[in-house]
Design a protein around this ligand. Structure first.
Ligand code: GUN
Length: 302
């Protein structure tokens, strides 16, 4: 292996310690803790596992955590009423509606109904706009892109002037990370290209990348020969390609594969994130950071 492994689990632990200290400080000085509600509609197995991990982390940090599980046949109107309740709840600083929502629920209406000052996912159009403007306007950078940027910065990778190629144009990862990396700011200042399913020559663009961020949701899409020697490769793909028995628990767990052919890519890249244990743990961590920051904004500490 030539590439240095960027371990999301290690960077996560570092940031969680910082958040824990922040929670303790606010509790001592102001007598309050961050409040987070996670709303899960339906029984999508991947969503259940993500929400379970979010709740566990929030509780470990001493947050006030509310887990609100709803039936798969909940209507858009019912969900809007629920969101309104949490918008008005003074003990709640962050509202997270786990995506995807069941078919028939209007995702756009739901995301637009969340109070932008409690939108710790950063999906409300106001927060998307703030992200585009950049600088002090930004309150809640979306969690996966924020985690990716932290991984790059904390690994000491130069971003200024770097060729960043983003594979994928989703609202959750591709578009926001591209936006963040091109801002006039530390940890950014990059030259950014977004490539997608209609791009004519994916390989040619990827080969130019000093930092290649892959969020396509296609297992093994990026071939080793597309990677520039020494490049930093961030694999956001979490593709369930089967099941395996966990060595730790003996239970069946999902077998995950990234969007990059890891075994071969690690021999060419300079830095690479593994799947699992790369970007995944960072998403949850940044959600916690946004929730703590939401409380800090409210208290006038930021
Ligand atoms: N589904 C996949 N990623 C996310 C995320 O970051 N936030 C929410 N709410 N749902 C998701």
């Amino acid at each position: 292996m030539t590439a240095k492994l960027i371990k999301g689990t290690e960077i996560r632990d570092e940031i969680l310690k910082e958040i824990e200290a922040g929670v303790k400080d606010i509790k001592e000085k102001h007598g309050v803790v961050p409040g987070l509600v996670t709303i899960l509609v339906g029984e999508n197995p991947a969503s259940i596992s993500y929400v379970t991990a979010k709740i566990k982390t929030a509780k470990a940090l001493g947050f006030n955590e509310i887990q609100d599980n709803q039936s798969p046949d909940m209507t858009t109107e019912e969900l809007l009423v629920l969101i309104d309740k949490y918008n008005k709840d003074d003990a709640i600083n962050g509202i997270l509606v786990q995506l995807p929502l069941p078919k028939g629920v209007d995702e756009k209406k739901v995301l637009n109904a969340i109070d932008p000052d409690k939108d710790v996912d950063g999906f409300h159009p106001i927060n998307v706009g703030r992200l585009m403007i950049g600088g002090p306007e930004v309150k809640f950078p979306p969690c996966t892109p924020a985690g990716i940027q932290e991984m790059i910065v904390r690994s000491g990778i130069e971003t200024s002037g770097a060729e960043v190629v983003v594979v994928g144009r989703s609202n959750i990862v591709g578009k926001p990370i591209a936006n963040m990396m091109l801002q006039k700011a530390d940890g950014a200042n990059a030259t950014v290209t977004i490539v997608h399913t209609r791009t004519k020559d994916l390989a040619a663009h990827c080969k130019r990348a000093d930092i290649l961020i892959v969020a396509a949701g296609v297992p093994g899409l990026v071939k080793p020969e597309w990677i520039k020697p020494g490049a930093c490769v961030i694999d956001v793909g979490v593709n369930r390609v089967g099941e395996k028995i966990s060595e730790k628990t003996g239970k069946k767990i999902a077998l995950l594969k990234g969007d990059v052919d890891f075994d071969e890519a690690k021999e060419i890249a300079g830095y690479i994130t593994p799947v699992p244990g790369g970007v995944g743990p960072m998403t949850i961590t940044m959600l916690m950071k946004n929730t703590l920051n939401s409380l800090k904004f409210k208290l006038g500490l930021m």
